[in-house]
Design a protein around this ligand. Structure first.
Ligand SMILES: Cc1cc2nc3c(=O)[nH]c(=O)nc-3n(C[C@H](O)[C@H](O)[C@H](O)COP(=O)(O)OP(=O)(O)OC[C@H]3O[C@@H](n4cnc5c(N)ncnc54)[C@H](O)[C@@H]3O)c2cc1C
Length: 471
């Protein structure tokens, strides 16, 4: 008879690894089983184009990782994780060569929005400025997890952040601030009229002022590697190249924790129709570039920003999101781009650069968006194409083939439209628990949702721990 483990975790993404760490460091025996040959899920780094160019196929920039209460409670720096900061967290260029910026300082950010909106920006963020730790602890939590530590701050944030981005941006009179906020809200790939999309934008802005938008030295893989190294130090084990198809594939354990999609979990653990109504959202078309030099942005601010958003107006960003949501081909996509090698020279040979870009596309879209994406980049960085040494592209089918969690290419592992960002995977007192007493879900299909922050894994581990103690 094999020994009974305390917990088995299926999937070595940031949430699976975080759940495994949190259980192992409480003294439980934990083993992780990962389908891919490498750990990391959405936090990986690979030489996708040319030798010496280290690309992040999925996550690249980590405001939520650097500000995560779960990661902050682990000695990840001693396991190789080092955050490096670009000159500016984010720039949002406009066709006239100017740019709005999200800087570490509120003042510089407000100034970049122009005299008509600088005051409105200050008034919006100042009640929360310097309160990131309280806000993150309260917001990257779940409604099930007791009262917020600062109910007044929580309520105040809820009043602003509960608004759709379409409403929150009405306080601005110019064009730059609404475009900046629409770009921040568009990280969620839901309609800008959705409840809480203003809050998503506000969280990203506050994260920039609190801890910046850093990248890990060496690539996003460093986050997963640090988690796995700490897990091993706590006595845990990780197996790769092991796709779990049925619960019986796994060693006997008191708890099974799934860093998978809810629909895969239902299939593997025989949970019947438990997640029948679960919806997946749109996808992205991703391009990783090896460049012979830095991107020649017209706006000077964009030349020192780690992240650059491309979408000159609120209306253009809204239309691009709408096309992806309504199943139309991208024509003028809103782009989220990152320039990790500006801050981290280990990503490319000397003088050369990596460049990371995606635009939104419909779920399962099989087209090639390279041309529309590069046309959009050229609007703000003329001559960009001349620098391209090599590119690696991935649309929804390629994303889904790499990671079973990305159903139809949806890397949020579930739609974030409407209340689905908050109520996921379905309305339940403990969203991490399932109808099977030993089976739990810990992926970003649970609150607080997508991003490399490990908080879904952290909350799931708590649910597992409580259940094991009572059993
Ligand atoms: C193109 C792209 C860009 C992104 N950009 C950012 C960004 O800049 N910043 C940010 O914070 N986030 C970003 N994200 C989102 C982020 O990567 C995810 O939200 C995060 O990785 C979710 O973590 P997770 O642990 O829930 O799931 P995942 O990271 O998906 O990990 C799940 C793991 O489980 C494994 N698995 C699934 N099924 C099985 C099975 N049956 N058996 C064994 N193993 C299995 C998978 O192979 C995978 O390794 C991006 C994602 C993509 C794709």
């Amino acid at each position: 008879m094999p020994t009974m483990l305390d917990a088995v975790v299926v999937g070595a993404g940031p949430n699976g690894l975080t759940a495994a760490v949190e259980l192992a460091r409480r003294g439980l025996s934990v083993e992780v089983f990962e389908a891919a040959d490498a750990i990391g899920g959405g936090a990986r780094t690979e030489e996708l184009t040319l030798p010496g160019f280290r690309h992040d196929p999925c996550s690249a920039v980590h405001p939520l990782g650097a500000g995560s209460p779960a990661f902050a409670a682990m000695p990840l720096d001693r396991h190789g994780l080092e955050w490096v900061h670009p000159g500016l967290p984010m720039a949002h260029p406009f066709p006239d060569g100017t740019a709005a910026v999200l800087a570490r300082s509120v003042g510089e950010t407000a100034h970049s929005l122009g005299p008509r909106d600088a005051g409105a920006y200050r008034r919006l963020v100042e009640p929360f400025h310097g309160r990131w730790e309280t806000l993150a602890a309260d917001f990257l939590r779940t409604q099930w997890d007791g009262l917020p530590s600062d109910p007044l701050l929580y309520a105040r944030f809820g009043l602003a952040g509960g608004q759709p981005a379409s409403l929150l941006t009405r306080r601005f009179r110019g064009e730059k601030a609404p475009a900046l906020f629409a770009g921040l809200a568009a990280h969620g790939i839901g309609p800008l009229t959705g409840i809480g999309t203003g809050g998503m934008a506000l969280v990203f802005a506050l994260a920039a002022h609190a801890g910046g938008w850093p990248v890990p030295r060496g690539g996003s893989q460093a986050i997963a590697d640090a988690l796995a190294s700490y897990l091993r130090a706590c006595g845990g084990t990780v197996h790769t190249g092991f796709e779990v198809k049925r619960l019986d594939d796994l060693p006997p354990a008191r708890a099974y924790v799934f860093d998978t999609s809810p629909t895969a979990l239902a299939r593997i653990a025989d949970l019947g129709n438990a997640y029948r109504g679960y919806r997946y959202g749109p996808s992205v078309f991703k391009i990783d570039y090896a460049l012979s030099g830095p991107v020649p942005w017209t706006a000077q601010e964009a030349r020192r920003a780690g992240t650059v958003h491309i979408g000159p107006t609120y209306g253009e960003i809204d239309a691009a999101l709408d096309a992806a949501l309504q199943g139309r081909d991208p024509s003028v996509p809103f782009l989220i781009t990152a320039q990790p090698s500006l801050a981290d020279p280990t990503r490319a040979p000397e003088g050369k650069h990596t460049f990371w870009v995606y635009g939104h596309v419909p779920s399962g879209w099989e087209g090639d968006a390279t041309e529309v994406i590069e046309r959009q980049i050229e609007r703000f960085a003329p001559g960009f194409r001349d620098l391209v040494l090599a590119r690696a592209t991935a649309g929804p089918p390629q994303l889904a083939a790499r990671n079973a969690n990305y159903v139809g290419g949806d890397f949020a592992i579930g739609s974030v439209a409407g209340l689905r960002l908050i109520i996921r995977p379905k309305l339940a007192r403990v969203p991490y628990a399932t109808s099977h007493p030993a089976v739990f879900l810990c992926s970003s299909a649970t609150p607080p949702g997508p991003g490399v922050h490990g908080m879904c894994g952290h909350h799931a581990a708590k649910a597992v721990w409580r259940s094991l103690r009572t059993r």
